[in-house]
Design a protein around this ligand. Structure first.
Ligand code: PLP
Length: 356
């Protein structure tokens, strides 16, 4: 096992905890973080839990120029009897390794990093919020730190984990979102890096999101990059459609991010006996199903929101209302069931939860 050095912040350096009822997302960071360094030939070394602080980087650090950067997002939940739970953390660490492979970056040792994460969470236990629906968001990240301007894989990397208390996503209950279907911009193309959680994908998506917001929409629905016809994802979430009592989600094709929430929803709904299909689905099929009354629900899935119901679609200058603009029954059931498992209120038949 990896040795982890511990260097605690001094008492006078500890931050004041933010107001739990106004946390928002990604605004506050805890007192400590985990870091480790990789050098080619040496592997991962100098693992430590230390004070949350600035990095010092060479201006030629390769991440700043060519974007070798990958990340993950998962949550710690304060559940029943003040127990702390993680939801499928090994799946996130396996996915960061898949992203690493695609980006010519080194894999991390999954068992060691999970141990380090648990140790960090124990130290930061008081930062895990108590307000209903609030969580501690966990952001593992890896960047290329070697100085150099040649375009090639770096030989030196930094891996770190930072923690961030976040508020309930739906403080006032579900609010179905208005979605702009873009056929002007694309998120990712088969053969590219769409299935990797790599920084550039998000930089590339910002302009479409800004234009959608300017027109009054919450998120962008992405179509495939080649024909601009098949649905891929919604914002930074996977997407599901319920049509004629069948649950359909786009099959993983290389340009879609393999979401852990997506995988969990597939598992739950199959076990509930629903007809569930992973396949290509075109925007025309969805509009047609809506027109004949067969489209029952649309929702997005991801760690941040868990389930995000879609109330309307805007496509080629037309607005389409979905399920009367209301949250569907299946979206509500999935949200309730997932949250009950994540907070330890309900038995976990899948062994998804890890107790810290
Ligand atoms: C992270 C992410 C998702 C959702 O993945 P989860 O593991 O469910 O959080 C979906 N799409 C994109 C583009 C993402 O970055």
């Amino acid at each position: 096992m990896m040795k982890i050095k511990l260097e605690k912040a001094e008492d006078h350096e500890l931050k004041l905890k933010p107001n739990e009822n106004a946390l928002g997302f990604g605004n506050h960071f805890t007192d400590h973080m985990f870091v480790m360094t990789y050098d080619q030939g040496q592997g991962w070394h100098d693992a430590e839990i230390c004070k949350y602080k600035d990095f010092s980087l060479d201006p030629a650090a390769m991440v700043l120029h060519y974007g070798q950067a990958i990340f993950e997002g998962l949550k710690a939940y304060r559940g029943k009897d003040d127990q702390i739970f993680l939801f499928r953390p090994t799946a996130n660490l396996e996915r960061i390794n898949a992203s690493a492979t695609r980006m010519c970056m080194p894999e991390v040792p999954v068992a060691d990093v999970l141990k380090a994460l648990k140790q960090l969470l124990e130290l930061e236990r008081e930062w895990i919020p108590r307000a209903a629906g609030s969580t501690l968001y966990i952001r593992p990240t890896m960047i290329a730190t070697e100085a150099g301007l040649g375009v090639r894989p770096a030989k030196r990397f930094l891996f770190f984990i930072i923690l961030c208390p976040v508020g309930a996503y739906y403080a006032e209950g579900f609010n179905p979102v208005k979605i702009f279907v873009t056929d002007k911009y694309v998120r990712a193309v088969r053969g590219g890096v769409g299935q990797a959680k790599t920084a550039g994908n998000y930089a590339a998506s910002i302009m479409a999101a800004v234009e959608a917001k300017q027109q009054g929409y919450t998120q962008v629905l992405w179509l495939d990059a080649i024909e601009r016809k098949y649905v891929e994802e919604v914002g930074t979430m996977n997407i599901f459609f319920k049509i004629d009592d069948e649950l359909i989600t786009p099959a993983l094709n290389g340009s879609i991010l393999p979401g852990i929430t997506r995988d969990s929803v597939l598992r739950l709904t199959r076990d509930w006996g629903l007809k569930v299909t992973e396949r290509e689905i075109s925007i025309d099929e969805i509009i047609a199903a809506n027109a004949r009354g067969g489209l029952q629900e649309i929702f997005g899935t991801g760690t941040a929101a868990v389930i995000s119901p879609v109330g309307s679609l805007h496509y080629k200058d037309q607005d389409y209302t979905i399920n009367g603009g209301k949250t569907g029954q299946l979206a509500q059931r999935l949200f309730d069931e997932m949250q009950a498992i994540q907070y330890g209120r309900q038995p976990d038949p899948y062994d998804w939860m890890i107790k810290v």
